[in-house]
Design a protein around this ligand. Structure first.
Ligand code: PHE
Length: 340
């Protein structure tokens, strides 16, 4: 009798195990069949009523059924576990061979770019790159450059004076003086840097801007050398052959002094809005170094001569990238900078 009950129990339980859709569905089967108050426990209680022989036989059978059902439960459960794991791995799938997202990359400021390019050009031509202080002495900024205190040329450069009598340099030319003092002749130097003028700020004027100074001193230098270096520099900056011209220009530290223009890159000399219909763009102040300047720096003008130039890096940047408002350059506005 109990044989039949056990066999029925087992068949029914196996069906339920097979039919279970989830691991949770197995729980009631476990409780109802294998649990402490389950069907098998009931059979086990009934064993007591059997004669000893039968009891042993059915007892064994009971154990076999119990064990096989436990195994079936376990097996079904591991099927569910495996399926759950597979589903999870599918959902969390990660391609480790995909390239990682790169960190956002910045770039040098337009002014730094042009400065680095010019340093490259001039060092390749045998020039050394010098640095000078932004807070200068009156002597280096003016007197040594042949601009005495009462000279009207001081008015050309509105100066930020400091209370201690020093000033914010109004041009990079004082580095000429420092270069001559430190290195002596022969000398080939450039000096890029920040300069300051007490200017009303508008689209084309800033109180803070950048220049590049250049100087060459040797036994015998000429304006032809100067023009060659200027042409080389400007052709590199604008990445094409430029046409230059010299006009007389006054700077107390050179004699003769020039304004060097390039033929307008936009209209090729025809006349346009950018060159104000003149066909030419003013680029560089330059000339042969005044004997007083050499003498002030301990160089004998009978033995040595030189040329010097000063170019506005800020202006070159604006021309190169067709930027029509100088204020963008130091605005710190990344939307502006990211365009380049
Ligand atoms: N220092 C002059 C300026 O700022 C430029 C210059 C430099 C001119 C060297 C001649 C020689 O305007």
């Amino acid at each position: 009798m109990l044989d039949a009950t056990l066999s029925q129990l087992e068949t029914r339980a196996r069906e339920r195990i097979a039919a279970a859709a989830t691991a949770q569905d197995l729980e009631p089967v476990r409780i109802e069949v294998l649990g402490r108050k389950g069907a098998l426990a009931q059979v086990s209680k009934d064993l007591g009523k059997l004669p000893p022989d039968e009891r042993a036989r059915i007892g064994k059978l009971l154990n076999t059924v119990k064990q096989s059902l436990e195994e079936a439960m376990e097996a079904r459960k591991s099927q569910f576990d495996a399926a759950a794991l597979a589903a999870r791995l599918d959902a969390e799938w990660l391609d480790l061979t995909l390239p990682a997202p790169e960190p956002e990359r910045g770039h040098l400021h337009l002014l730094s770019q042009i400065q680095a390019e010019l340093e490259d050009i001039f060092t390749s031509l045998g020039f050394t790159v010098l640095d000078g202080p932004e807070v200068e002495t009156e002597y280096h900024n003016f007197d040594a450059l042949n601009i005495p205190p009462d000279h009207p040329a001081r008015d050309m450069q509105d100066t930020f004076w400091l209370t201690d009598g020093n000033l914010l340099r109004t041009h990079t030319s004082p580095v000429q003086v420092r270069g001559m003092e430190r290195l002596g002749p022969p000398l080939r130097m450039i000096a890029p840097g920040r300069v300051f003028r007490n200017e009303e700020v508008d689209a084309s004027h800033e109180h803070t801007f950048y220049q590049l100074e250049g100087m060459m001193i040797d036994r015998e230098v000429s304006i032809a050398h100067l023009v060659y270096f200027m042409k080389t520099m400007l052709s590199e900056v604008f990445r094409r052959e430029v046409t230059v011209r010299l006009r007389p220009g006054y700077f107390p530290f050179v004699e003769p002094g020039f304004e060097l223009d390039i033929r307008c890159l936009l209209c090729d000399g025809q006349g346009c809005r950018v060159c104000k219909q003149s066909g030419w763009l003013e680029q560089v102040g330059c000339g042969l170094v005044h004997p007083n300047v050499l003498r002030n720096s301990g160089i004998d003008p009978e033995q040595w001569m030189g040329w010097a130039f000063g170019v506005g890096l800020t202006r070159l940047v604006m021309m190169r990238h067709a930027i029509d408002d100088i204020r963008y350059l130091q605005s710190g506005d990344l939307r502006f900078l990211r365009q380049f």
